[in-house]
Each structure stands twice: as C-alpha cells, then as structure tokens.
Design a protein around this ligand. Structure first.
Ligand code: MYR
Length: 282
C-alpha cells in the first residue's frame, strides 16, 4: 500500500508535519466582498481578520469543488499512491466530507477513504499527525483508522464567541434561529455534539464562560482516561489565549497546553475574538 493523507486547510497542522512527503492539503475558499480567497494560499489569518472588519458584505465560505478534489486525487495516483485517506472537517458543519462519497470511486486503481473528523482545527490537525506517525511506523490502514476512531471518540470542544451573529447567519449553529433575539448579547458556551455546534450552557459574562470552560475541560480529562492533548484556539485574540493557557496549566499541572489560531474559514463563522478549548486523546 502507498498511502497519501489528504486534509483541508481548516486543520491546524503541527509545524513538524507540514512538509511531510505523504501529506496534501486542499484549501477551502472564503468569499469576501465578492472575491474568492483560498485559505492559506491566497490569504492568511492576520490579513483576513483585517479585511473582514472592513468588508461591506457578510463573508461566506464554500466547499472545494469536485473538480479540484479530483485533480488532487488524480495527481496522487500519478505519484504512485494507491490509497488516499482524506481527513476533513466535520460533516456537521460542512457537506464536503459527505459529498466526497460520491467521487471516491472515480479514480481507477485508487482507494479513497473519506474520513469525517467530526471536528476541525487543532484536534483535526492532531488526527492528521497521528495518521502520519502511524504511517511512518509502518502500521496498517486498519490500525490507523482504529486509532483515528479513538481520537475522534475522545474529542471535546468548547467555544465562546464574541458575537453569535456570524454563526447564526452562516447557519452553523444547530437550532441557531431559536436563539435569535434571546441570546445574541450573552456569552453562551457552545460545544460539538456528534459533529454539530450546539449550545452547551447559557452564561451571561465572558469571565464566567471562560471559568466554566476551564472546569468542564477538567471533567473531560478524567473521562478520557488516556494522556491528552489540550488546545486553546483563538480568532485574533492571542492575549486571551495566552492567559487561558497559563490558567489551565496552573490548574492541570500535568498537561501542556498548545495555542493555535482560527484561520479565515473558521473565522468567517465564529467571527473575530472567538476562543475555543479542545481536548482529545494523544
Ligand atoms: C463550507 O462552506 O462548507 C466549508 C467551510 C465550513 C466551515 C464551518 C466552520 C464552523 C465553525 C467551526 C468551529 C470549530 C472549533 C473547533
């Protein structure tokens, strides 16, 4: 088997794997004032948040086209790959990974396995890293998939957004319409449930929402019963992310916290200043 790992640009990848020879990243487009930018190819987070502030229209995202995806898969066949594990953002927030099922048999002689990470961002980056580490350790495809399932089943994320408007308007908050009017001004903690973003708890201040997220992370850490990865992820809010990292490392002194940022695609849906906490098995 010659296995390629494909992911999309919403994965936050550890530096050490970015140049791995068997890793390929498909960019997700963001559309701002009528202009299409491919994430991490045409635009990166810092510039995007500046443009977003000035934009006249509400920004949106779209899925990579079948054409682009097939072009990549065919290129991988030409490079000698016979198996492609395509690890992507949750089917609960984008139709992309589900849609891949309709093209997975289009490249003759290549087995394509679309894998729904049920999450995105740093925990998805960790899944990609784990898959590559196992590939390097000559593990079988089934062993890799089994391990990805373990990480996926142990992944929890909690989000606090500065303004719920982006999530509700972009349609990524399940039952979001029901919250309109009532919750837009408060700071609820959101979570992922079966890959979808849902309300976790209604909380009225950012401070309380942060303290509640820190607490619930500790509860999840006990449940996971394995060494964990813990992430603080921010949308142009590095100072807050650093404070949260320090607080978490003080409270859970056995865990190292990694900081990352939400890129343009996730930034479009969470808005600027969002902060996320994610925990999963190592
Ligand atoms: C598409 O338009 O289908 C592609 C991109 C959809 C991205 C939706 C992002 C929602 C916010 C996710 C927050 C993740 C925090 C860990």
């Amino acid at each position: 088997m010659k296995l390629a790992i494909v992911t999309d640009s919403t994965a936050v990848l550890p530096e050490k794997i970015k140049t791995h020879q068997d890793l390929f990243v498909i960019p997700i487009p963001v559309i701002l004032d009528g202009k299409v930018y491919n994430e991490d190819v045409d635009i990166e987070a810092n510039e995007y948040y500046k443009l977003m502030k000035k934009s006249k229209e509400f920004p949106t995202t779209s899925q990579p086209t079948f054409g682009e995806t097939l072009t990549l898969y065919k290129k991988l066949k030409e490079q000698g790959y016979d198996t492609i594990l395509s690890i992507h953002l949750s089917s609960g927030i984008s139709g992309y990974v589900t849609n891949l099922n309709s093209i997975k048999d289009s490249v003759e002689g290549v087995k394509v396995i679309p894998y729904d990470s049920k999450i995105t961002s740093m925990p998805m980056g960790h899944m990609v890293e784990a898959a590559l580490d196992m590939l390097d350790a000559k593990k079988t495809l089934d062993e890799i998939l089994d391990y990805l399932d373990i990480i996926r089943a142990s992944t929890y994320a909690y989000l606090i957004v500065d303004d719920l408007n982006n999530l509700v308007r972009g349609g990524r908050l399940t039952n979001g319409a029901a919250l309109l009017g009532g919750l837009l001004k408060i700071k609820p903690v959101l979570t992922f449930e079966d890959g979808k973003i849902v309300l976790f708890e209604k909380i009225r201040s950012i401070k309380k929402a942060l303290r509640r997220s820190e607490e619930v992370i500790g509860e999840r850490e006990k449940e996971i019963e394995r060494p964990v990865k813990l992430y603080v992820i921010h949308g142009n809010n590095l100072e807050l992310a650093k404070k949260e990292k320090a607080r978490l490392e003080k409270t859970y002194s056995n865990i190292t916290v990694e900081i990352g940022h939400f890129g343009p695609v996730i930034g479009t849906h969470l808005g600027e200043k969002a902060i996320g906490f994610a925990i999963c098995a190592k």
